[in-house]
Design a protein around this ligand. Structure first.
Ligand code: NOJ
Length: 552
């Protein structure tokens, strides 16, 4: 192999081995996974019915997006009872059976935990809202005079309550009311709820929007005279948040052998230590959004490989020896990467697999979002009425009010709406792709007539087969879990390449993220372990070609 590949495993680089570092996590958006009762919405029994599929894929842990009782304004991210299951998904008995089935297969489960806000239908809020003297008034944030902030989902971040003549605060929609984390009684109630789930035997939490727990409620400067001003810095990673998070961890997660992943947008790699280091971190991992924010936007034709390298390498190096990364390409809040970062037309299969190979073998715990393993694509929905997501709908509404043309908005929505990740899982060629016998809550992506699990199960070259091979490879080679990661360059501008090094073992991972062929003259001295092409030529990378080598 080219001598330019550095050998730099350093002493003391090794972190303690733990089950969750070796695990691969599969994220389920239950509403869109599999429906067993014909109401058009996925349910807990649907997940139970597909455990064989997940086990065959090789996943170790499942992350369930919220299944708590909820009016579903934001599909479960508006919880009205943390200790009950939403009617559409089943019952607590169904949940207990699911937990048992998962554990009996040696798999684990991670729940979503929404702590920044509750639904406006939560009894705590109904009580808080009932009067200014309510004992729970201070569990939420009430003010006589609102700040001038815009909510993350558009429109004002405060809503007036005519009965008690005050405004309440909501970072997201007005039905998702922010909890007041400054109130110790509220915090205690939250900790008790978390302990209740932990006692039930779940294995971890993905903690929603956790970097927003603290706010600095003062007006934003408004030189442009906007109705509402984005106030990101006043509601994100505000000074003092670490103390709150430290208490949360101490009072709950620390007492169990569980894994935690905080969703923490805008946290940067230089902040790793306080967030996730093994010494002083508050979570085991976080989901940062930096790669998605820096390497692609709605104007981009494909992913910017330079930016991607810069961001991901920074996270790999910053975590090395002190913390552990989460690795992900997709989730329920992002469009499908094969459509945005890759090419979902003539190189659909190759780009879905090359993107998979790019992120999957870095140091960290890989997460796979449902449908990613079969290369599901953005939906071609032209009509705003085909979309269901509150963020998409609000964005459309507020921008239309500001005079933005319908055509321009639809162009953006077709590219970035969260609903692209939320169309039903495509299981087979049958009606509704086998997702439901009823009317699906959101239209299917019509490409299920060729893109589905069934079509890929028997095809050794399919995206699904490639994912299975990736999972197996990671399982069979400890170095691909614990080895250090080193970025390397192959003279092709659109190649993301890196080595993993662990003791004497060295691996090379190459993902060519472009439509063209690229020449690259250094033959590799090693054994080819994985490739997404049937045949390959040394010295050349075909469009979206991906390879994994064990180097000699
Ligand atoms: C992040 C979740 O991933 C997203 O789906 C949700 O809308 C917001 N947090 C609010 O809970």
């Amino acid at each position: 192999m080219s001598t330019s590949i550095p050998q730099q495993q350093e002493e003391g680089d090794e972190l303690e081995k733990t089950w969750w570092k070796e695990a691969v996590v599969y994220q389920i958006y239950p509403r869109s996974f599999f429906d067993t009762n014909g109401d058009g919405l996925g349910d807990l029994n649907g997940i139970r019915a597909k455990l064989d599929y997940l086990q065959e894929l090789g996943v170790d842990m499942i992350w369930l997006c919220p299944v708590y009782k909820s009016p579903n304004v934001d599909n479960g991210y508006d919880v009205s009872d943390y200790q009950a299951i939403m009617d559409e998904m089943g019952t607590m008995d169904d949940f207990d059976r699911l937990l048992e089935d998962i554990h009996s297969r040696g798999m684990k489960i991670m729940m979503d935990l929404v702590l920044n806000h509750t639904s406006d239908q939560h009894p705590w809020f109904l009580e808080s809202k009932s009067s200014k003297d309510s004992p729970k008034r201070d569990w939420y944030v009430w003010r006589d005079h609102p700040t001038n902030w815009e909510s993350i989902f558009g429109g004002p971040a405060w809503t007036y309550d005519p009965k008690t003549r005050q405004y309440y605060f909501h970072l997201f929609s007005k039905s998702q009311v922010d909890l007041n984390w400054e109130n110790p009684e509220l915090r205690r109630a939250i900790y008790d709820m978390i302990l209740w789930w932990l006692d039930k035997g779940i294995d971890g939490f993905r903690v929603d929007a956790i970097n927003h727990l603290k706010k600095e409620y003062t007006d934003m400067p408004n030189p442009e005279g906007l109705n509402y001003v984005p106030a990101w810095e006043k509601m994100t990673n505000v000074q003092g948040i670490q103390e709150l998070l430290a208490e949360l961890r101490r009072e709950t997660f620390d007492r169990y052998d569980v894994v935690t992943v905080g969703e923490a947008n805008s946290v940067r790699a230089h902040e790793i230590s306080e967030w996730i280091s093994e010494e002083e971190g508050k979570f085991n991992m976080i989901f940062h959004l930096e790669a998605h924010e820096e390497a692609w936007d709605e104007e981009s034709a494909g992913v910017d490989v330079d930016d991607l390298r810069i961001v991901l390498d920074r996270w790999q190096r910053s975590a090395q020896g002190i913390a552990w990364n989460s690795l992900y390409l997709e989730n329920h809040d992002r469009p499908r990467t094969v459509s945005t970062w890759g090419n979902d037309r003539e190189h659909w299969r190759e780009s879905a697999t090359a993107l998979g190979c790019m992120y999957f073998f870095m140091q960290g715990t890989p997460f796979i979002y449902q449908g990613q393993e079969i290369g599901m694509t953005n939906a071609p929905f032209d009509d705003i009425n085909m979309y269901r997501d509150i963020e998409t709908k609000n964005m459309y509404r507020y921008n239309r009010q500001k005079g933005v043309p319908h055509k321009d908005l639809m162009k953006t929505i077709k590219k970035i709406s969260r609903d692209h990740a939320r169309t039903p899982m495509q299981w087979n060629f049958g009606a509704n792709a086998g997702f439901t016998g009823g009317t699906p809550w959101i239209p299917l992506n019509p490409n299920f007539n060729w893109l589905n699990v069934k079509a890929q199960q028997q095809d050794p070259q399919s995206v699904l087969s490639f994912y299975k091979k990736m999972l197996k490879l990671r399982k069979d080679h400890e170095a691909l879990v614990y080895g250090s990661t080193h970025l390397t360059y192959l003279e092709c501008p659109y190649v993301y390449a890196y080595t993993r090094e662990y003791g004497e073992a060295r691996y090379l991972i190459i993902s060519h993220l472009d439509d063209d062929t690229c020449s690259w003259w250094n033959p590799v001295d090693g054994e080819l372990l994985l490739s997404n092409y049937d045949s390959y030529v040394d010295g050349k990378l075909q469009p979206y070609e991906a390879r994994v080598y064990l180097l000699n």
